[in-house]
Design a protein around this ligand. Structure first.
Ligand code: NAD
Length: 364
């Protein structure tokens, strides 16, 4: 493949590692976008990519996203990601995951992994048998378990910050919320919102997930195509990314968009369009950072109460971003990117000063 080095250099990536193990059939790529703020933490995606190039583009894009998510959350973490090429249902084996774990170990903690699409808690337990640099393991292995309920808690806090910004009160009682996707995060979020007195309506392509949420919380359902068009205080996208796009942008009838889905904006300019429409957008990588904060807490010896207390900080992070956006006349999406980049520059500079103070390490 030509041009790989240019691609890596232009995107500002630190390191890309290609991992191949004949015996187990492992083909994986680990991308470390940045360790400016700390070790690069990001999940391992196991996916049947159509080509190696597609896998490379995905791992680079995802690892960069993790840099921004960690920086915006104020964590001492950088951004990284791993991808394993292949259909997990067909090729996932203990030997393959262990071979992957050995590659993670060779990076000596510059990259710390976790679960992602196509990998689960049990897989992280296997990877951990070969490497110290694994988070998101099951509780029995000292891990933090499924991060989804914690992500949902952070999204609920984020929705409250949005309500305060738009309505002058963060009370959820009586607020109307259209929730798209009641999977792992959406289901837990639905529970939090209903408990606080919000009127939640839901839509999902999976009828079992819909039925479970209706049975658990007594919420109303909407046809799939209607959820984002619903007249509501909040539209909460918790399904797939790309839901704010050229086709949907003129169809929203909500005052706030705040949900867990990653990469909600199809393109950056959709953030500007939402601002022009007077819709407050909670930048996805800020409001959905609860899962990352939760696994980061594992590095300190996991404490659920402490993790949840730290996730509550998403409320203040969003307030900061709304203030920045107001003062700079930018969209909230742009303000979140600026906030993350400014933090990286500021903290990295402090590190450089420290190195200068103590002199270079290799003087002899
Ligand atoms: P999930 O797969 O458990 O749930 C997704 C739900 O969305 C499913 O119920 C699915 O049927 C539904 N869905 C898919 N397409 C849909 C459509 N077109 N319309 C309506 N519903 C649709 O995933 P999850 O773990 O709950 O994650 C949800 C989103 O949040 C994803 O974008 C994920 O990347 C993001 N996220 C998750 C976490 C976490 O801790 N799990 C953390 C950060 C971000």
């Amino acid at each position: 493949m030509s041009g790989v080095f240019e691609f890596i250099r232009d995107g500002g990536y630190e390191q890309v590692v290609f991992c191949s193990d004949d015996q187990s059939g492992l083909r994986a790529i680990i991308a470390i976008h940045s360790t400016a703020l700390g070790p690069a933490l990001g999940g391992t995606r196991f996916y049947p990519y159509e080509s190696e190039e597609e896998a490379l583009v995905d791992v680079l894009r995802l690892s960069k996203g993790m840099t921004y998510k960690a920086a915006a959350a104020g964590l001492d973490l950088g951004g990284g990601k791993g991808v394993i090429i292949g259909d997990p249902k067909r090729i996932k084996t203990e030997e393959l995951l262990r071979a992957y774990g050995r590659f993670v170990e060779t990076l000596g903690g510059r990259y710390i992994t976790a679960e992602d699409v196509g990998t689960a808690l049990e897989d992280m337990d296997v990877v951990k048998r070969e490497s110290r640099w694994v988070t998101g393991c099951s509780n029995t292995y000292g891990g933090s378990g499924d991060p989804s309920p914690v992500t949902a808690y952070g999204v609920m806090m984020g929705i409250k910050a949005c309500l305060l910004e738009v309505f002058g009160t963060n009370d959820l009682k009586g607020r109307t919320i259209a929730l798209q996707g009641v999977g792992k995060v959406g289901h837990a979020l639905c529970g939090y919102l209903v408990k606080e007195g919000a009127k939640v309506t839901i839509g999902d392509i999976d009828v079992d997930n819909l039925a479970r949420a209706v049975a658990d919380y007594g919420v109303e359902t909407l046809p799939l195509s209607e959820v984002h068009k619903q007249e509501a205080d909040v539209f909460a996208p918790c399904a797939l990314g790309g839901g704010i796009n050229d086709d949907t942008i003129s169809e929203f009838r909500c005052k706030i968009i705040a949900g867990a889905a990653n990469n909600q904006l199809a393109r950056e300019e959709h953030g500007d369009k939402l601002r022009d429409l007077g819709i407050l957008y909670a930048p996805d990588f800020v409001i959905n950072a609860g899962g990352l904060i939760n696994v980061e807490d594992e590095l300190r010896g996991y404490d659920r109460a402490r993790a949840l207390a730290r996730v509550e900080g998403i409320y203040k992070q969003l307030q900061l971003i709304f203030t920045m956006a107001r003062e700079r006349g930018s969209s909230t999406a742009q303000a979140a990117l600026d906030h993350a980049e400014e933090r990286i520059r500021k903290i990295s500079r402090i590190r450089l000063v420290r190195v200068t103070e103590f002199g270079p390490l290799s003087t002899h």
